[in-house]
Design a protein around this ligand. Structure first.
Ligand code: PMP
Length: 386
């Protein structure tokens, strides 16, 4: 089986597994305990936090460890709304966010908040003029993702940070699909909150962080112990935190640059091969140097997502028919709908492949050959019926 679904999750790096195993065997202490075992655990926590903070140009005390981007997104959105309800009731987001942003927003609408969902163009990018027009004095939060998980669009974060900071609002960005691939600088981009999950960068699942600008104090979403300076209750998962930091350490600037070049080349390879094989397709969101290069979403004209995904799986290729979260129930993608409208055939005839550090050119050649056969067979079947 060949794994081409790295935007859903990635396998853990061997070094990460080793680090976590060592932690589990040697350091089981509770980081809040004041004895030797607790102090040992706390040292690992501090050292790991430092690595994470450095990775986005933040200070150590600005990193709150969470169970992942879902919790980070929920915390930033729900706790900002609770804290700032007296100042304003408006929040701004986009139509193509992950559900861990859209669902807290929908919940807030039931609680008397007013949420603006900015539209996106066919590249999956917002128009800055729309954001500017939506930013009223009573806007308390703007939540716009850095990179999109389904189509790989990359939002103009620097310009968004500038616009938001001319207003009263705080700026949250979900960086789950760009962290570890692109350089992130929360200072330069004027980001107040940033969400990340470790399992997208060959780290463990159920660990991530929320960066919170230290000028802001957000109370904990979970109520209980006083961990994370009272900002996130619950005993810390030290092996996972150490594994996360190891995954980040492995992503040196040279490795990141190599991945970026590799994924860009992989994209070209797939597109050229499918073209040569005369497959009728288009790239959802288009191409462009500023896109998130590990994601490639293809509209395969005339063949349904269901047929594509099923047949690819049978042939041993793991791809996604949308985002992992919606693939199970085959809900049409809200991202493709926002980009092309719900009548567009793209909504029902697209697949996403996403590259990771273990992806090879040979795997992609095999993928293209199989996809071509599936497409030819299904289009021939349809013609036979016509
Ligand atoms: N945001 C984005 C953009 C994502 O791709 C994902 C994972 N699919 C999440 C948030 C949620 O991450 P997790 O499931 O690790 O909490």
């Amino acid at each position: 089986h060949i794994y081409l679904d790295n935007a859903a999750t990635t396998p853990m790096a061997p070094e990460v597994i080793q680090t976590m195993t060592d932690q589990m065997v040697n350091d089981f202490g509770n980081a809040s305990s004041t004895h030797y075992f607790g102090r040992q655990a706390h040292t690992v926590l501090d050292n790991s936090r430092h690595i994470l903070a450095q990775s986005i140009q933040a200070k150590d005390n600005e990193i709150i460890l969470t169970s992942g981007a879902t919790e980070s997104n929920n915390t930033a959105i729900l706790k900002t709304a609770m804290q700032r309800a007296g100042e304003g009731k408006r929040l701004i987001t986009t139509a193509i966010e992950h559900h861990s942003v859209l669902k807290p927003m929908a919940y807030l609408e039931t609680q008397g908040f007013d949420v603006v969902y900015l539209p996106v163009n066919e590249q999956g990018v917002i128009n800055l003029a729309d954001l500017k027009a939506a930013l009223t004095p009573d806007t308390i939060l703007v939540s716009i993702m850095m990179g999109n998980n389904e189509v790989g669009s990359h939002m103009p974060i620097h310009e968004i940070g500038q616009l938001v900071h001319e207003s009263n609002a705080w700026f949250h960005t979900d960086a789950t699909q760009t962290y570890g691939l692109l350089d992130i600088d929360v200072q330069a981009d004027q980001i107040d909150f940033l969400s990340v999950s470790a399992h997208k960068i060959n780290g463990p699942k159920q660990i991530g962080f929320l960066y919170v600008n230290d000028a802001i104090h957000l109370p904990s979403l979970l109520l209980g112990g006083e961990q994370e300076k009272k900002r996130r209750a619950g005993t810390e998962n030290i092996p996972a935190v150490a594994g996360f930091a190891k995954a980040v350490e492995l992503l040196t600037p040279a490795v990141k640059a190599e991945h970026q070049a590799q994924y860009t080349a992989f994209k070209q390879q797939v597109l050229e091969t499918l073209k040569a094989n005369q497959v009728a397709f288009e790239v959802n969101g288009g191409l462009g140097a500023d896109r998130v290069q590990h994601v490639l979403n293809l509209w395969i004209k005339g063949v349904s997502t269901y047929v594509l995904q099923m047949n690819l799986d049978l042939a041993g290729f793991a791809v996604s028919g949308g985002s992992a979260c919606t693939a199970g129930d085959l809900e049409p993608s809200h991202v493709l709908i926002a980009m092309y409208g719900k009548e567009s055939p793209r909504v029902a005839e697209s697949v996403r492949i996403s590259f990771g550090k273990d992806t090879t050119a040979a795997q992609l050649d095999a993928f293209c050959a199989t996809l071509t056969k599936i497409v030819e067979k299904n289009l021939a079947k349809q013609h036979a019926k016509d």
